[in-house]
Design a protein. Sequence first.
Length: 400
Amino acid sequence: MSNLPDGWEMRTLGDLGRYLNGRAFKSSDWGSEGRPIIRIQNLTGSGDQFNYFAGEVEDRYIVRPGDLLVSWAATLGAYFWDGPEGVLNQHIFKVESNIDKRFHKYLIESKIAEMLSQTHGSGMVHITKSKFDAIPVAVPPLDEQQRIVATLEDHLSRLDAATESLSVASERAQGLLQSAVGSLTRAQPGWQPITLKEVASSIRNGIFVSRPQTEPSGVPILRIGSVRSMTLDLGDLRYTGLEAEDLNPDTDLLAAGDLLFTRYNGNPEYVAACAEVPHLDEPLTYPDKLIRVRLKKDIVHPSFLAMVMSTGPTRRYLRSKVKTTAGQAGISGRDLKEAPLVLPSLVEQVALAESFAEFRIERDAAVASVNQASRLGVRLRRSLLEAAFSGQLTKESSLV
């Protein structure tokens, strides 16, 4: 960086402290007692479950509240540990700083984009220790570090509060939609009890493809995670390498109005999630961990049935039938076929489905606004960090 502010100097991340990598715990080390093993998902919030280790470890692997940690693989990031005393898993550095620790944390965060440009690997991407250490940074004197942190945290606290408000608004919009679904599908006098198998012309598992391809080749195939409650992500695809004529259109290909259910998933919450297949412009197939239900459309409206399967007594029935084996949660086709339904007339189903579509349009517009504001928040945070570590943030604050 040219034209550094007075007193600043160019250093590298490696100059600013010791970065102690975690221990390579094996699954045979895991237990239910001892210190929690801190993994990347415990830092990012993607998982709150711990495995434990009851043995002795060197102090370098022990993490205490307030320690600065850096994940250098999979998800790159800098974090202050606010959990219990634990032991550090591999792919995470514990940082022993030579500078203000909070300044150090934000400085690393400001360099994540640069780190990502230097990552390796196709599975778990990572940055090597040598490349991490060599990243150049501009460092001011200690008193200026502390001023920068104070000013930066003042700005970030307001930004974080706004982000939290956006998150609450998004959750409220989702909750209102679920309430609407519940009210639309609540059984009324005259609704007829029936089971899923009675309104289905066929119920089938998807096809098995041993090595789905990421590059477009042949008929696309949905991924397991593409099905969420009443939502189908048609962008979550791999490719079979098979042509449409190699597949049976009646059993292997999806059609508008089919319902898809998640048959297996590592997360039990997502098992038996249901979504309707919309109009498709090209052939599309589905994997064997999804179940396709083709409906008798003279009896049931697909959009209405997707609502029924996703809420109320039917959803509770499906949840009760989920079983977990070897870490994989699933539901059998037999239990799915017996799912209890209560249906109004087809005319009423259509009207209720149209009401739901109106609710969904309003929800989607609200969520789109929230997402746009959230993206702006990410850009603002990046700009704040850039300003902080070029000396502009405190310079501008001193002029106010």
